[in-house]
Ligand binder design. Structure first.
Ligand code: KG4
Ligand code: ZN
Length: 334
């Protein structure tokens, strides 16, 4: 069978990225231009600045990606684009670039949901075996999704309020860590002890999550310690928070694996980079005798490699968009 080369484009937040992937599994070239150094001056992503940076970077990133792959647009079979969810101004820049390339070079345009991208980061690592459960943990999402085949998604549960990554970032800020706080909190947790008592959220029979109560508990605790004039032990608070947050995720994914008699689990999204979660998932799959796939860190946070991989399976599934495709700041995967 002829090889299929997909050009993926991702610009949903603060990374401008382009990637070429062969047959949904083999990375040919990827370029990521990160804006972290700019946004960290503001303690978080400033949407207007992000959009302007994407405008500056998009053509450079695309040209560099083709150059690294030693390919031209003639070698590309289709263009996969993250149309949403994300920051609307950021999404629009990638989308307009994708639509322009699709129009000029007469290539099919494949719409990719950002979360499908995160999930398909796993196909770059291991063959995906169905049925599987995808634990999606990112800055904007915390969901358990069942997949019965390629591009067949069924949401079992999700967060009722904050996403896990959002909660990590807010707690990190309370502790005084610079943006992006999640990875720094993870490092701090590794050297701390679980000395602070925090409430384990939503211990019910659903597959849902809740992180706003946990976040408020940390904020209140920090506030009370400050008022008492006692110094917060940052490492220990990080360790205590991470323990409860991960415990809450593990309880729900464990229940879903058992209830659905699932033999294969994947983890997706930026928080899949979390070392505590990676260790806890390893222990869980050993206990339940289930296969686990977690992408390497470089595929966990936003990148176009995952978008190109997802785009391949969307392409096989017959998904196409025309030039009326618009960005969506919010959109459900399923
Ligand atoms: O998937 P992603 O790059 O963007 C979204 O689609 O939301 O995820 C970003 C989120 C941020 O909240 C970031 O703090 C978090 O992932 N994150 C982590 C770690 N690495 C990234 N959270 C905890 N531990 C980490 N090691
Ligand atoms: Zn993401």
């Amino acid at each position: 069978m002829k090889d299929t080369y997909i050009l993926g484009i991702e610009s949903s937040c603060d990374e401008t990225s382009a990637s070429i992937v062969k047959n949904g599994t083999e990375e040919i070239a990827t370029v990521i231009s990160s804006q972290i150094d700019i946004h960290k001056n503001y303690g978080g992503v400033v949407p207007e600045i992000a959009s302007r940076q994407h405008v500056k970077n998009i053509t450079i990133v695309l040209e560099e990606c083709l150059k690294q792959a030693n390919m031209t647009m003639d070698d590309i079979d289709a263009i996969a684009i993250t149309y949403g969810p994300g920051l609307i101004g950021s999404l629009l820049i990638g989308l307009e670039a994708a639509k322009t390339l699709s129009f000029i070079y007469d290539k099919p345009l494949i719409p990719v949901h950002h979360i499908a991208g995160h999930i398909y980061a796993n196909s770059l690592v291991k063959e995906m075996k169905f049925p599987l459960l995808a634990l999606v943990v990112s800055g904007g999402h915390t969901e358990i999704i069942e997949m019965t085949g390629h591009y067949k998604f069924n949401k079992l549960g999700g967060t009722l309020d904050d996403a896990i990554g959002e909660c990590y970032d807010k707690v990190a800020r309370v502790i005084g860590l610079p943006y992006p706080g999640g990875p720094k909190l993870d490092k701090l947790a590794a050297i701390g002890e679980k000395t602070y008592k925090l409430p384990v959220p939503l211990q019910d029979d659903s597959y849902n999550f809740s992180f706003s109560g946990l976040k408020s508990a940390v904020i209140n605790l920090a506030h009370n310690e400050e008022q008492r004039g006692s110094e917060l032990n940052k490492e220990n608070l990080a360790a205590s928070f991470q323990d409860v947050a991960i415990q809450s995720i593990i309880t729900k994914i464990k229940k879903a694996i058992i209830d659905k008699n699932i033999k294969s689990v994947i983890v997706a999204g930026g928080v899949a980079a979390n070392q505590g979660l990676r260790n806890a998932m390893e222990n869980l799959v050993t206990e339940l005798n289930v296969e686990l796939s977690i992408p390497p860190i470089k595929y966990c946070t936003d990148n176009a490699t995952m978008v190109a991989a997802a785009g391949y399976y969307a392409y096989l599934d017959g998904r196409r968009a025309d030039l009326t495709l618009n960005s969506k700041s919010q959109d459900k995967l399923c």
